[in-house]
Design a protein around this ligand. Structure first.
Ligand SMILES: Cc1cc2nc3c(=O)[nH]c(=O)nc-3n(C[C@H](O)[C@H](O)[C@H](O)COP(=O)(O)O)c2cc1C
Length: 314
């Protein structure tokens, strides 16, 4: 057992949070992390309110563990925020200035609020807005990256500036990494890329295989996959950038959305899930520098246990 301000606040067994990842965070993955004592996060983007309510009910039938919902501000649907606040313990936002109105809305339904930030200034704004938890995201992170500072200096700056529990994110994949951020004042660790390679992940198998083969230097920060979501740098496998630039067609595949097949445009920000077809290697294959320590597919519960045990990476 590792106890921190975060585990006390949320009543969880360990200081591990699954990152909200659309297409990856299936109800099975969210529930497995929550049941293992971590915080499971449901990705809200692309879900209408009734579908989000269904996913929340599904996860609740699978586990009594703690789970939350993650919202991307550029795609925010306030009706969905209300649904999440009514049914989840934690509601989280990313990629815009912290908004006191949204925080009040979530608090009015007795849920806790978290904001993922990329700078000291944004962390201070999140605390002033009333957030209960702050996620400090370093530039090592897979997916969209908010700031310009690596995790270690960012964590030091944020920890010195706010009083609420801080979760560290970006490049964390091992028990040693978790121990390091806790030693440096974090109350928890948020993990994305390593869970993309979990048994319950919704990610396309070709993406998972590419992660297993990659090292940290095989990732890059880019704005290549910006259709739908411009001016938002993201960390992906460099091979995906090369393949997307080399492709000549405007549509590189098809994905399933609400039971319908829809085209995946070249340079789309949407990452490939298991049912996506086409040129997977040319799609947004998000990866953090943590990919260096992602070398096998494991059940999510095993990953959570390993991250808090410290025994797997002596
Ligand atoms: C595939 C993928 C999708 C992501 N999507 C989101 C998202 O929708 N919302 C969000 O807050 N963060 C998102 N992130 C970023 C994570 O919250 C987190 O900062 C990052 O995964 C941490 O770095 P790591 O991947 O090295 O563990 C995503 C990350 C990945 C890898």
């Amino acid at each position: 057992m590792i106890e921190t301000k975060l585990t006390a606040l949320l009543g969880v067994g360990g200081p591990i949070q699954l990152a909200g990842m659309p297409g990856v965070g299936t109800p099975a993955l969210v529930a497995a992390v929550a049941a293992a004592g971590g915080i499971g996060m449901i990705p809200a983007p692309m879900l209408p309110a009734d579908a989000l309510a269904g996913v929340l009910d599904d996860v609740a039938t699978r586990t009594t563990g703690v789970f939350g919902v993650n919202f991307l501000m550029p795609f925010l649907d306030r009706t969905c925020v209300e649904v999440a606040a009514r049914k989840a313990r934690l509601v989280e936002f990313f990629y815009d200035d912290p908004d006191p109105e949204l925080v009040r809305l979530v608090h009015s339904h007795d849920a806790l609020v978290s904001w993922q930030v990329g700078s000291r200034g944004e962390a201070i704004a999140a605390e002033r807005a009333g957030c209960d938890v702050i996620v400090a995201q370093g530039t090592e992170a897979g997916g969209h990256v908010r700031g310009q500072t690596g995790l270690a200096p960012l964590l030091a700056e944020v920890r010195g500036a706010v009083g609420v529990p801080v979760i560290a994110a970006g490049g964390i994949a091992t028990a040693r990494d978790v121990a390091a951020v806790l030693t440096n004042g974090a109350a928890g660790a948020r993990i994305g890329t390593r869970f993309v390679a979990s048994a319950e992940s919704g990610a396309h198998p070709a993406w998972v295989q590419a992660l297993l083969a990659a090292s940290a230097a095989d990732t890059c920060l880019t704005e290549t996959f910006s259709s739908m979501w411009p001016n938002a740098p993201h960390r992906v496998l460099r091979s995906a950038v090369t393949a997307a630039n080399a492709a000549s067609e405007n549509v590189v595949g098809e994905m399933q959305l609400g039971g319908q097949a829809v085209p995946v445009e070249r340079f789309s920000a949407i990452c490939p899930s298991g049912s996506t077809t086409g040129r997977i290697e040319a799609m947004a294959l998000y990866a953090g520098t943590s990919v260096a320590n992602v070398d096998r597919v494991q059940p999510a519960a095993e990953i959570v246990a390993e991250l808090v045990s410290g025994t797997a990476y002596p």
